[in-house]
Design a protein around this ligand. Structure first.
Ligand code: B12
Length: 222
C-alpha cells in the first residue's frame, strides 16, 4: 500500500467508526511505506491530520454527518495516545511548558502538541480547555511556566489570545512566550502578529523548536 492508499483506507475506517481497523493501518504503515517514518508525530502529520481535514471538508460539503466527524475525532484522540512514544527521561532538563485550548473545545490539536512535546523529552502540563484568558493566565503563572502553548480552532478563540497576552504583560511577572497554533492561524498567517503572540506553528511537530527559540529570545531580551 502506498501512503496515499493508507490515508484513504484510514479515512474510510474513521468514517465507519472502525477503531481497530484504523489502528491496524497505522501499525502497518512503517513497513508498507518505507518513506513514512515510524514516529508518532510523523504518523499524525501524514495520516491522522490529513484524514481529519478531509473528513472536515466532507462535513462542510454536507457529505458526512456531524456524528461521523465527532467519532473520527474521538478515535484519533485515543490513537494518538497509543502512538505517542514515552518521554525520554534521560534528556537534559527541559523548560516548563503548558498547553491549553483557549475558550475552545476542539482538543485534537492540543493533544498532538502534548504528544510531540513528550516525544521531544519535555514534560508538558495539560492545562485543559475551554477556560477564559484570565483563568489561563493565572494558571500559567501558578505553574511558573517558561512558555505557554495555545491551540485555537475557532476564530473567536484565536482572537482571545490578544486578551491573554495583555493580561500576562500587565501582571508584573516575567516575560512569558505565548506560542499559538490552529486553523485560524494557518488560514491567516498575519493573525498571530495581530493577537501579539510570540510565535505560531502550522503543525504540532514545530512545537519543540518554537518553544526553545521563543525562550532563548525572551531570555536574551533586555
Ligand atoms: C473535529 C471538529 C469538531 C469536533 C471536535 C472533536 C474534538 N474532540 O476535538 C466537534 C464535532 C466536537 C466540533 C464542534 C464544534 N465545531 Co468544529 N470542527 C472540527 C473540524 C472538522 C476538524 C478539527 C480538527 O480536529 N482537526 C484536526 C486537528 C489535529 O487539527 P488542528 O487542531 O488544526 O491541529 C493541527 C495544527 O493546526 C497544529 N496546531 C493546533 N494547535 C496548535 C498549537 C500550537 C502551539 C502549535 C505549534 C500547533 C498547533 O497542529 C495540528 C497538526 O499537527 C474543523 C474543520 C477544520 N477544517 O479544521 C471544525 C471547525 C474547527 N469547527 C467549527 C465550529 C464552528 C464548531 C462548533 C461551534 C460547531 C457547532 N455549531 O456546534 C462546535 C464548537 C466546539 C467548541 N466549543 O469548541 C468551525 C470553526 C469556524 C471558525 N472560523 O471559528 C470549523 C473550522 C468548521 C467550519 N468550517 O465551520 N468540531
Amino acid at each position: 500500500m502506498t501512503p496515499d492508499d493508507v490515508l484513504m483506507a484510514f479515512e474510510a475506517a474513521l468514517l465507519d467508526a472502525d477503531r481497530a481497523g484504523a489502528a491496524r493501518l497505522l501499525r502497518t504503515l512503517p513497513t508498507s511505506a518505507g518513506q513514512v517514518a515510524a514516529s508518532g508525530a510523523l504518523l499524525a502529520d501524514r495520516v491522522i491530520v490529513p484524514a481529519l481535514e478531509r473528513i472536515g471538508s466532507a462535513f462542510e460539503r454536507g457529505d458526512v454527518a456531524l456524528s461521523q466527524v465527532y467519532l473520527a475525532g474521538r478515535i484519533c484522540e485515543g490513537l494518538l495516545d497509543e502512538i505517542a512514544p514515552a518521554p525520554d527521561v534521560t534528556a537534559t532538563p527541559r523548560p516548563r511548558v503548558g498547553v491549553a485550548a483557549l475558550e475552545d473545545h476542539h482538543l485534537l490539536g492540543k493533544r498532538m502538541v502534548l504528544s510531540v512535546l513528550r516525544a521531544a523529552g519535555f514534560a508538558p502540563l495539560d492545562l485543559g480547555h475551554g477556560m477564559r484568558a484570565a483563568e489561563l493566565a493565572r494558571r500559567a503563572r501558578e505553574e511558573q511556566l517558561d512558555a505557554l502553548l495555545v491551540s485555537a480552532l475557532m476564530l473567536r478563540s484565536a482572537l482571545r489570545v490578544k486578551d491573554l497576552v495583555a493580561i500576562l504583560a500587565k501582571d508584573g511577572g516575567p516575560a512569558l512566550p505565548v506560542i499559538v497554533g490552529g486553523a485560524p492561524f494557518r488560514l491567516d498567517p498575519a493573525l498571530a502578529g495581530e493577537v501579539a503572540a510570540t510565535a505560531w506553528g502550522r503543525s504540532a511537530s514545530e512545537a519543540p523548536r518554537l518553544v526553545m527559540s521563543a525562550i532563548e529570545s525572551s531570555r536574551g531580551a533586555p
